[in-house]
Ligand binder design. Structure first.
Ligand code: UDP
Ligand code: MG
Length: 308
Protein backbone atom coordinates (compact mmCIF):
# COMPACT_ATOMS: atom_id res chain seq x y z
CA UNK A 1 0.00 0.00 0.00
CA UNK A 2 1.20 3.49 -0.80
CA UNK A 3 2.37 5.27 2.35
CA UNK A 4 1.73 8.85 3.42
CA UNK A 5 4.63 11.18 4.19
CA UNK A 6 3.89 14.34 6.21
CA UNK A 7 6.19 17.29 5.60
CA UNK A 8 6.35 19.90 8.36
CA UNK A 9 7.67 23.38 7.64
CA UNK A 10 7.83 26.01 10.40
CA UNK A 11 7.73 29.44 8.79
CA UNK A 12 8.27 32.84 10.32
CA UNK A 13 8.08 35.58 7.70
CA UNK A 14 9.09 33.25 4.89
CA UNK A 15 6.60 34.48 2.29
CA UNK A 16 9.27 34.69 -0.42
CA UNK A 17 10.44 31.12 0.18
CA UNK A 18 7.17 29.21 0.46
CA UNK A 19 6.33 29.23 -3.26
CA UNK A 20 9.74 27.81 -4.04
CA UNK A 21 9.84 25.14 -1.36
CA UNK A 22 6.36 23.81 -2.13
CA UNK A 23 7.29 23.57 -5.80
CA UNK A 24 10.55 21.76 -5.01
CA UNK A 25 8.75 19.27 -2.77
CA UNK A 26 6.09 18.62 -5.43
CA UNK A 27 8.86 17.85 -7.93
CA UNK A 28 10.57 15.47 -5.54
CA UNK A 29 7.37 13.51 -4.95
CA UNK A 30 6.69 13.32 -8.69
CA UNK A 31 9.46 10.74 -8.79
CA UNK A 32 8.55 8.96 -5.53
CA UNK A 33 5.90 6.38 -4.91
CA UNK A 34 4.37 7.98 -1.81
CA UNK A 35 1.38 10.13 -0.95
CA UNK A 36 2.42 13.35 0.74
CA UNK A 37 0.97 16.22 2.70
CA UNK A 38 2.67 19.51 3.51
CA UNK A 39 1.89 21.21 6.81
CA UNK A 40 3.15 24.76 6.98
CA UNK A 41 3.11 26.26 10.46
CA UNK A 42 2.86 30.03 10.30
CA UNK A 43 4.62 31.10 13.48
CA UNK A 44 3.03 34.54 13.83
CA UNK A 45 4.44 35.99 10.62
CA UNK A 46 3.83 39.65 9.94
CA UNK A 47 4.22 39.31 6.17
CA UNK A 48 1.79 37.84 3.65
CA UNK A 49 2.38 34.19 4.58
CA UNK A 50 -1.15 33.48 5.77
CA UNK A 51 -2.85 34.98 2.72
CA UNK A 52 -0.60 32.95 0.46
CA UNK A 53 -1.48 29.79 2.38
CA UNK A 54 -5.20 30.47 2.40
CA UNK A 55 -5.32 31.00 -1.35
CA UNK A 56 -3.00 28.10 -2.11
CA UNK A 57 -4.98 25.48 -0.14
CA UNK A 58 -7.86 25.98 -2.56
CA UNK A 59 -5.65 24.74 -5.39
CA UNK A 60 -3.68 22.06 -3.55
CA UNK A 61 -5.46 19.34 -1.65
CA UNK A 62 -2.25 18.15 0.00
CA UNK A 63 -1.45 21.52 1.52
CA UNK A 64 -2.35 22.30 5.13
CA UNK A 65 -1.58 25.21 7.38
CA UNK A 66 -1.60 26.02 11.07
CA UNK A 67 -1.66 29.70 11.91
CA UNK A 68 -0.38 30.69 15.36
CA UNK A 69 -1.91 33.61 17.22
CA UNK A 70 1.58 35.12 17.63
CA UNK A 71 5.25 34.15 17.33
CA UNK A 72 5.79 31.13 19.61
CA UNK A 73 9.16 30.09 18.22
CA UNK A 74 10.58 27.47 15.89
CA UNK A 75 10.40 24.60 18.41
CA UNK A 76 6.75 25.23 19.24
CA UNK A 77 5.95 25.37 15.52
CA UNK A 78 7.68 22.02 15.02
CA UNK A 79 5.68 20.48 17.85
CA UNK A 80 2.44 21.83 16.39
CA UNK A 81 3.34 20.10 13.13
CA UNK A 82 4.13 16.83 14.90
CA UNK A 83 0.90 17.03 16.91
CA UNK A 84 -1.14 17.33 13.72
CA UNK A 85 0.70 15.15 11.21
CA UNK A 86 -1.06 11.96 10.15
CA UNK A 87 1.63 10.41 7.94
CA UNK A 88 3.33 7.04 8.29
CA UNK A 89 6.43 9.11 8.69
CA UNK A 90 7.10 12.81 9.17
CA UNK A 91 9.88 14.92 7.67
CA UNK A 92 10.60 18.36 9.11
CA UNK A 93 12.67 20.98 7.37
CA UNK A 94 13.28 24.74 7.29
CA UNK A 95 11.34 26.98 4.94
CA UNK A 96 14.40 28.70 3.52
CA UNK A 97 15.59 25.83 1.28
CA UNK A 98 18.81 25.36 3.22
CA UNK A 99 17.59 21.80 3.70
CA UNK A 100 17.35 20.30 0.20
CA UNK A 101 14.08 18.36 -0.37
CA UNK A 102 16.00 16.25 -2.91
CA UNK A 103 17.37 14.34 0.09
CA UNK A 104 13.92 12.93 0.86
CA UNK A 105 14.48 9.94 -1.41
CA UNK A 106 17.58 8.89 0.50
CA UNK A 107 15.90 9.51 3.86
CA UNK A 108 12.84 7.49 2.89
CA UNK A 109 15.03 4.67 1.69
CA UNK A 110 16.74 4.45 5.09
CA UNK A 111 13.32 4.55 6.74
CA UNK A 112 12.18 1.64 4.57
CA UNK A 113 15.31 -0.23 5.70
CA UNK A 114 13.97 -0.03 9.24
CA UNK A 115 15.45 3.10 10.79
CA UNK A 116 12.81 4.94 12.80
CA UNK A 117 14.81 8.17 12.93
CA UNK A 118 16.79 9.44 9.94
CA UNK A 119 18.49 12.67 10.94
CA UNK A 120 20.88 14.87 9.02
CA UNK A 121 24.25 16.33 9.95
CA UNK A 122 25.16 19.64 8.40
CA UNK A 123 28.73 19.67 7.23
CA UNK A 124 30.48 22.93 7.98
CA UNK A 125 29.70 25.34 5.20
CA UNK A 126 32.58 27.72 4.43
CA UNK A 127 30.21 30.26 2.91
CA UNK A 128 28.51 30.81 6.25
CA UNK A 129 29.66 33.82 8.26
CA UNK A 130 32.44 32.90 10.70
CA UNK A 131 30.39 34.17 13.62
CA UNK A 132 27.52 31.80 12.77
CA UNK A 133 29.86 28.81 12.35
CA UNK A 134 31.68 29.54 15.61
CA UNK A 135 28.49 30.11 17.58
CA UNK A 136 27.06 26.86 16.24
CA UNK A 137 30.23 24.99 17.25
CA UNK A 138 30.13 26.53 20.71
CA UNK A 139 26.44 25.68 21.00
CA UNK A 140 27.02 21.95 20.60
CA UNK A 141 30.14 21.95 22.80
CA UNK A 142 28.26 23.65 25.60
CA UNK A 143 25.22 21.48 25.12
CA UNK A 144 27.16 18.25 25.29
CA UNK A 145 29.42 19.14 28.18
CA UNK A 146 26.58 20.42 30.33
CA UNK A 147 23.81 17.97 29.59
CA UNK A 148 23.21 14.24 29.72
CA UNK A 149 22.07 13.77 26.12
CA UNK A 150 24.77 13.68 23.46
CA UNK A 151 23.77 15.73 20.42
CA UNK A 152 26.04 15.64 17.39
CA UNK A 153 27.22 18.92 15.91
CA UNK A 154 25.19 20.21 12.99
CA UNK A 155 22.02 18.25 13.68
CA UNK A 156 19.34 20.83 13.00
CA UNK A 157 15.64 20.11 12.74
CA UNK A 158 15.88 18.44 9.32
CA UNK A 159 14.93 14.82 9.93
CA UNK A 160 12.57 11.99 9.24
CA UNK A 161 10.63 10.41 12.09
CA UNK A 162 8.58 7.25 11.96
CA UNK A 163 4.97 7.49 13.12
CA UNK A 164 5.82 5.55 16.28
CA UNK A 165 8.49 8.11 17.25
CA UNK A 166 6.06 10.95 16.61
CA UNK A 167 3.46 9.29 18.82
CA UNK A 168 6.03 9.05 21.59
CA UNK A 169 7.15 12.65 21.18
CA UNK A 170 3.54 13.75 21.38
CA UNK A 171 3.33 12.12 24.82
CA UNK A 172 5.90 14.55 26.21
CA UNK A 173 4.01 17.12 28.20
CA UNK A 174 6.89 19.48 28.64
CA UNK A 175 6.79 23.18 28.46
CA UNK A 176 9.03 24.60 25.74
CA UNK A 177 10.25 21.33 24.26
CA UNK A 178 13.76 21.17 22.78
CA UNK A 179 12.93 18.80 19.93
CA UNK A 180 16.53 17.93 19.02
CA UNK A 181 17.14 16.69 22.55
CA UNK A 182 13.86 14.82 22.83
CA UNK A 183 14.53 12.94 19.59
CA UNK A 184 17.82 11.65 21.06
CA UNK A 185 16.07 10.89 24.31
CA UNK A 186 13.38 8.64 22.86
CA UNK A 187 15.93 6.28 21.35
CA UNK A 188 14.91 3.97 18.45
CA UNK A 189 17.14 3.03 15.54
CA UNK A 190 18.70 6.22 14.27
CA UNK A 191 20.65 6.87 11.07
CA UNK A 192 22.62 10.00 10.17
CA UNK A 193 23.07 11.46 6.68
CA UNK A 194 25.66 14.18 6.07
CA UNK A 195 24.91 17.05 3.74
CA UNK A 196 26.16 20.47 2.75
CA UNK A 197 23.46 23.05 3.41
CA UNK A 198 22.40 25.31 0.57
CA UNK A 199 22.34 29.04 0.98
CA UNK A 200 19.19 30.64 2.32
CA UNK A 201 16.95 31.18 -0.72
CA UNK A 202 15.42 34.55 0.20
CA UNK A 203 15.29 36.81 3.22
CA UNK A 204 17.48 36.84 6.30
CA UNK A 205 17.95 34.32 9.10
CA UNK A 206 15.12 34.37 11.63
CA UNK A 207 17.47 33.24 14.37
CA UNK A 208 18.97 36.35 15.89
CA UNK A 209 22.00 35.96 18.16
CA UNK A 210 19.69 36.56 21.13
CA UNK A 211 17.33 33.79 19.97
CA UNK A 212 20.29 31.43 19.53
CA UNK A 213 21.66 32.22 22.97
CA UNK A 214 18.24 31.52 24.41
CA UNK A 215 18.02 28.22 22.54
CA UNK A 216 21.47 27.20 23.79
CA UNK A 217 20.71 27.88 27.44
CA UNK A 218 17.30 26.34 27.03
CA UNK A 219 18.81 23.25 25.39
CA UNK A 220 21.18 22.74 28.30
CA UNK A 221 18.71 23.36 31.08
CA UNK A 222 15.84 21.42 29.54
CA UNK A 223 17.86 18.26 29.01
CA UNK A 224 19.50 17.82 32.40
CA UNK A 225 20.16 19.20 35.85
CA UNK A 226 23.90 18.72 35.40
CA UNK A 227 24.68 22.45 35.71
CA UNK A 228 23.35 22.28 39.26
CA UNK A 229 25.88 19.57 40.06
CA UNK A 230 28.72 21.92 39.16
CA UNK A 231 27.79 23.92 42.26
CA UNK A 232 28.52 20.93 44.44
CA UNK A 233 31.87 20.21 42.77
CA UNK A 234 32.93 23.84 42.95
CA UNK A 235 31.89 23.94 46.59
CA UNK A 236 34.07 20.97 47.42
CA UNK A 237 36.97 22.30 45.41
CA UNK A 238 37.04 25.68 47.10
CA UNK A 239 36.49 24.24 50.57
CA UNK A 240 39.53 22.11 49.97
CA UNK A 241 41.51 25.11 48.72
CA UNK A 242 40.58 27.11 51.81
CA UNK A 243 41.93 24.32 53.99
CA UNK A 244 45.29 24.78 52.31
CA UNK A 245 45.14 28.39 53.46
CA UNK A 246 45.32 27.42 57.16
CA UNK A 247 49.02 26.56 57.29
CA UNK A 248 49.76 29.77 55.42
CA UNK A 249 47.88 31.85 58.04
CA UNK A 250 49.61 30.05 60.87
CA UNK A 251 52.94 30.73 59.24
CA UNK A 252 52.00 34.40 58.78
CA UNK A 253 51.11 34.66 62.47
CA UNK A 254 54.40 33.14 63.37
CA UNK A 255 56.18 35.68 61.18
CA UNK A 256 54.02 38.57 62.43
CA UNK A 257 52.90 39.59 58.91
CA UNK A 258 49.25 38.58 59.19
CA UNK A 259 47.66 42.04 58.51
CA UNK A 260 48.88 42.33 54.96
CA UNK A 261 46.84 40.72 52.16
CA UNK A 262 44.05 43.23 51.57
CA UNK A 263 44.19 42.67 47.83
CA UNK A 264 43.88 38.93 48.09
CA UNK A 265 40.96 39.36 50.49
CA UNK A 266 39.01 41.57 48.07
CA UNK A 267 39.85 39.20 45.22
CA UNK A 268 38.44 36.27 47.14
CA UNK A 269 35.26 38.16 48.10
CA UNK A 270 34.62 39.29 44.53
CA UNK A 271 35.40 35.87 43.11
CA UNK A 272 33.06 34.06 45.44
CA UNK A 273 30.40 36.73 44.98
CA UNK A 274 30.49 36.04 41.25
CA UNK A 275 30.49 32.30 41.71
CA UNK A 276 27.47 32.45 44.00
CA UNK A 277 25.61 34.61 41.51
CA UNK A 278 26.27 32.14 38.69
CA UNK A 279 25.03 29.25 40.78
CA UNK A 280 22.04 31.24 42.01
CA UNK A 281 21.30 32.07 38.38
CA UNK A 282 21.21 28.39 37.46
CA UNK A 283 18.98 27.66 40.45
CA UNK A 284 16.75 30.49 39.32
CA UNK A 285 16.42 29.08 35.81
CA UNK A 286 15.26 25.72 37.13
CA UNK A 287 12.87 27.26 39.65
CA UNK A 288 11.51 29.40 36.82
CA UNK A 289 11.04 26.31 34.67
CA UNK A 290 9.10 24.62 37.45
CA UNK A 291 7.01 27.74 37.81
CA UNK A 292 6.20 27.80 34.10
CA UNK A 293 5.54 24.08 33.98
CA UNK A 294 3.24 24.31 37.01
CA UNK A 295 1.03 26.72 35.09
CA UNK A 296 0.49 24.07 32.38
CA UNK A 297 0.22 26.69 29.68
CA UNK A 298 -0.05 25.49 26.10
CA UNK A 299 3.15 25.76 24.03
CA UNK A 300 1.27 27.46 21.23
CA UNK A 301 -2.14 28.89 20.41
CA UNK A 302 -3.74 28.29 17.02
CA UNK A 303 -5.70 31.09 15.41
CA UNK A 304 -6.82 29.11 12.36
CA UNK A 305 -6.09 25.90 10.50
CA UNK A 306 -7.55 23.79 7.70
CA UNK A 307 -6.64 20.53 9.43
CA UNK A 308 -9.70 18.67 10.63
N1 UDP B 1 11.44 29.97 12.52
C1 UDP B 1 10.20 29.94 13.16
N2 UDP B 1 10.01 30.76 14.24
C2 UDP B 1 10.98 31.58 14.72
C3 UDP B 1 12.26 31.58 14.06
C4 UDP B 1 12.44 30.74 12.98
O1 UDP B 1 9.29 29.21 12.77
O2 UDP B 1 10.74 32.30 15.69
C5 UDP B 1 11.63 29.09 11.34
C6 UDP B 1 12.13 29.80 10.10
O3 UDP B 1 11.07 30.35 9.36
C7 UDP B 1 12.84 28.66 9.36
C8 UDP B 1 13.39 27.81 10.49
O4 UDP B 1 12.64 28.17 11.65
O5 UDP B 1 11.94 27.89 8.59
C9 UDP B 1 14.88 28.03 10.72
O6 UDP B 1 15.14 29.39 10.84
P1 UDP B 1 16.32 30.13 10.09
O7 UDP B 1 16.50 29.56 8.72
O8 UDP B 1 16.07 31.59 10.15
O9 UDP B 1 17.55 29.76 11.03
P2 UDP B 1 19.07 29.52 10.57
O10 UDP B 1 19.04 28.54 9.42
O11 UDP B 1 19.60 30.84 10.19
O12 UDP B 1 19.71 28.96 11.81
MG1 MG C 1 17.99 28.76 7.69
Amino acid sequence: MKKLVSIIIPAFNEEENLYAIVERIEKVFDCLDYYFEIIIVDDGSSDNTINYLKSEIKKKSYLFFIEFSRNFGHQAALMAGLNNATGDCVISLDADLQHPPEMFAQMLQKWEEGYEVVYTRRLSDPSLPLQKRKSSELFYKLLNSLSDVEIEAGTADFRLLDKVVVQNLNQFKEMDPFVRGLVKLVGFKQFAIDYVPAERFRGASKYSLAKMRKLALHGVTSLSIKPLHTAVYLGFFFSFLSLLYIPYILFAFYQGTEVSGWASLIMTVVFFGGLQLIILGFLGIYVGKMFMQAKKRPNYIIRSTNIK
